[in-house]
Design a protein around this ligand. Structure first.
Ligand code: SF4
Length: 398
């Protein structure tokens, strides 16, 4: 299975953070690296993707492929969904390879070195494709929390710089542009891609060199922001705490003295917008603080003024079948004890297959508009439309 980039102080995957907060890498180094089940799942999914690419593009023998795949499937974290998402990933690569005039060279899991730009920087490209004048790198993301865009993506650009360094000696000036793609099949049907000329990529690489040097030496300043989300020190970072407790910043959102003079003491909608924007970071920070304190207390630590208690829980049968049998023996009709619940739409689609499902049941499927959710204006989704919600699912009858 692919190994994590855990030894690079300035990893490509954390570049968006250390480019914004140069103090982060050395600060984070005080906190132990942890791995989550999600990360392990991601590594397993990557290994399956790699195997499929090797079989399709590099002629891995069927027998070896099956043996290796079966071994991966024995991992307790394996799920059938991984098989599907790796198929989608392979499909996207095959489609891309077909756009070249002649078959491109394709290599999965290529280690690349971008140390020329970032001290000790290295990483692994999930797939590199080279053909014509284009060097193409694809990153598979198994996470389904946040959609990741390839545009201005520092991780992808660092990989691309490393890939360029590796392949330029062989391909020379034939490589004129670099295409970077993020494939996240669990949450996005379409891949996200950015293509830039090689000169622009090299220029970007030069522009980040001084920032990377500063971050490597631990000389930089702390700059809290959205990028704190995956920082290992996010709960205990003083700079982040100071920013979130700087109530003067909130005062800018609600100018003093207005309560007596304007708008009968009511906040304006513009003020509400500003407060929501400001409060978002505060809520995220408070949750991180709570999470840290709970773990500290459970580990035997003392957070003055706080303790851990058992949360609410629901009663459950120790053996549901035995309990139902006992109820039947006590004279209750079986029909009263069971609900007959049909399988879900997704389960039935899985059972029938996509084509048969679309053919036989497609006319019974509607997709109602989701519940309205408040998001920042920068979110790419269409604004919620109450009219569309009222009419969603109503078939046109001419
Ligand atoms: S929590 Fe944020 S401000 Fe603090 S070190 Fe990490 S990235 Fe920088």
């Amino acid at each position: 299975m692919p190994t994590p980039e855990k030894h690079a102080l300035l990893s490509a995957s954390s570049a968006h953070r250390w480019l914004a907060c140069t103090a982060a890498p050395r600060f984070e180094a005080q906190f132990p690296e942890t791995t989550s089940e999600y990360a392990e799942e991601g590594r397993l999914a990557h290994a399956i993707c790699e195997l499929k690419v090797l079989k399709h593009f590099a002629g891995l023998a069927q027998r070896t492929y099956t043996l290796r795949l079966n071994k991966l499937k024995k991992n307790p974290l394996y799920s059938a969904e991984m098989d599907k998402t790796s198929d989608v990933y392979l499909e996207h690569l095959v489609e891309k390879a077909m756009t070249y005039d002649s078959p491109p060279g394709v290599s999965p899991e290529v280690r690349v070195d971008f140390g020329e730009y970032v001290p000790e920087g290295f990483g692994t490209c999930d797939c590199i494709m080279i053909g014509g004048d284009t060097l193409d790198i694809t990153d598979y993301k198994h996470g389904k929390g946040v959609p990741v865009s390839a545009e201005n993506n520092s991780q992808m650009r660092l990989y691309a710089l490393g890939a360029l360094k590796r392949y330029r000696p062989a391909y020379g000036d034939r490589i004129k542009k670099v295409r970077m793609t993020i494939d996240q099949p669990r949450i996005q049907n379409e891949v996200s891609t950015e293509t830039i000329p090689v000169e622009d990529l090299l220029r970007w690489g030069e522009s980040i060199k001084p920032i990377a040097a500063k971050a490597y030496m631990g000389l930089g300043d702390f700059h809290p922001g959205e990028h704190c989300r995956f920082c290992r020190g996010k709960a205990q970072c003083r700079a982040r705490a100071e920013q979130n407790t700087a109530l003067e910043e909130f005062k800018d959102c609600v100018p003093g003295g207005k309560a007596q003079t304007d708008n009968k003491g009511i906040l304006t909608d513009a003020e509400v917008g500003d407060l929501l924007e400001r409060g978002k970071q505060l809520v995220a920070w408070y949750k991180d603080l709570e999470d840290y304190a709970l773990h500290a207390v459970l580990d035997g630590g003392n957070i003055p003024g706080w303790k851990a208690v058992a949360g609410r829980s629901n009663r459950a049968f120790t053996d549901r079948d035995a309990a139902i049998s006992a109820a039947i023996q006590a004279g209750y009709d079986e029909a009263l004890l069971y609900d007959r619940i049909p399988k879900s739409l997704s389960e039935i689609e899985k059972l029938m297959g996509k084509a048969e499902f679309a053919d036989k049941l497609g006319s019974f499927v509607i997709k109602p508009q989701g519940k309205p959710t408040l998001v920042p204006i920068s979110d790419k989704r269409e604004p919620y439309s109450p009219a569309a919600a009222d009419f969603s699912g109503v078939a046109e009858d001419g």
